[in-house]
Design a protein. Structure first.
Length: 172
């Protein structure tokens, strides 16, 4: 009977060992998941710190540009710095003095007593300016006007509907 006792004792020990191994594995799995979560949080935190440092450096750079623009007074902060502004080319033109007959106010000349319009051939008569666009009667189509006798023969000979001159003379 001693043999049976040994077998009975061995079996429970093996069961306890397997239970202990399962508990150890479960505990290790829990620790690994917690560590993974902590690592993910740490990675995200590191990424956020990197992003914050990049944004901070960009803000400092833009503030420096803004200060330099304000100090120079040349460019406003609303202009885009991507495209530099071209300075227009200034061409200096030298004009001669205007001749005396082309003065704007000839009355201000020394000879105020005499009329400048008669001296330079300028008449006092103002003419009506010509129209830029045709008058409404000029824009009306030919069909609205009656056919002139001389034009009637030309219209009949150019038309394809009329087969004889009777059709042309019949229209009046």
């Amino acid at each position: 009977m001693k043999v049976n006792k040994k077998r009975d004792k061995k079996v429970p020990k093996r069961n306890h060992k397997s239970d202990r191994d399962k508990l150890k594995l479960d505990k290790q799995n829990d620790l690994c998941t917690e560590l993974g979560n902590l690592l993910c949080v740490a990675l995200e935190r590191n990424e956020l710190h990197d992003d914050n440092s990049m944004l901070h450096s960009e803000i400092l750079e833009l503030q420096n540009k803004l200060r330099s623009y304000d100090a120079d007074g040349r460019q406003s902060c609303f202009e885009s710095p991507a495209f530099p502004q071209q300075q227009p080319v200034v061409i200096e033109q030298h004009y001669g003095t205007t001749p005396s007959e082309l003065q704007l106010f000839p009355e201000s000349t020394t000879s105020e007593d005499s009329e400048p319009s008669q001296e330079h051939g300028i008449s006092d008569h103002v003419t009506r300016p010509q129209a830029k666009y045709p008058t409404p009667t000029a824009t009306l189509t030919v069909n609205l006007f009656p056919v002139l006798p001389g034009r009637q023969d030309q219209q009949c000979s150019s038309g394809t509907t009329g087969t004889s001159e009777e059709d042309c003379t019949g229209r009046s």
